[in-house]
Structures are given as structure tokens and as C-alpha cells.
Design a protein around this ligand. Sequence first.
Ligand SMILES: [Zn+2]
Length: 154
Amino acid sequence: MVTNQRELTLEIRTADCYPVLLADTKNQAVAAIHAGWRGTAAGIVPTAVEKMAALYGTHAGNLVVAIGPGIGPCCYEIGREVAQQFAPMLMQNRHGKLYLDLAMANRQQALQLGVAESQIEVNGVCTFCQAEQFYSFRREKEQAGRMRSLIGIA
Ligand SMILES: [Zn+2]
């Protein structure tokens, strides 16, 4: 979702997937993105930035990006079919199992678009590990609640 309307607040609900929030501080526009592995593999962050460019004249150099919290590479075990979608540098192999760093995948995409490294905040806290702080779909299955991530223009 993208908007430049001050009366709107965009909200993403997640439990392990990553919320990615974008703010174009020059043209006063924002985006709220739900980035699971499918969306990330499909380039949902670049797609949102293209949309913001078309609608609001956004340049990646004017973006501030917030990524997470979501499931971390400590816990996000993936199968081969998911692994095929991502560059090897985004995965860790521990005891023959593959773990994906989905935050890093989205960060890399933002960097490739031209977002300044200093303008990207990766929360870095794992929703699966931190049971007292966060909901986790992998941990709680259908019982999992959702975290709300919101962005608007003040
Ligand atoms: Zn973890």
C-alpha cells in the first residue's frame, strides 16, 4: 500500500513475515509492505518504490526504510524450493539445514534501488525467538496473533 494522503494511516499485520515501511521525506509519501518470502522473492520492495515513483515522483535516494521485526536467520529454516529463490549469501547452512535472512534480502533490494545505507533501519529482533515480545506464526500456528506496523504522514 502506498499513499500521500495525510488523513490515511497504512497498517501491515505480521507474525514472522516482515513489515517494511517506506517514507519519502522529500515528496511526503509513505508505503507499508508485507514481505514474506514470496513477496520478497518477487521484489515487493522495488515494486512499491516503482509505484511511489510513478505516483509521487519518489527517488530512492529520498527514502527512509524500516524493516522488521520478523523471523530471523537464527530460526527461519527453509526448504530447497524456497532456497532456490534467493542468493546463497542470504542463507546460512547449519547442520545441513538452510536458514534464510529475509530482512537482509529486503535490505539488499533497497540498497540496489539506491536507498542510502544510513537510511535503512533493520530491527534485527527475531519474532520466533522472542516469545514474550512478539507473535510468531511458526511458533503458535493458527493461534498466533499479529503485530501491527503503521505509517502515516504527520
Ligand atoms: Zn530466532
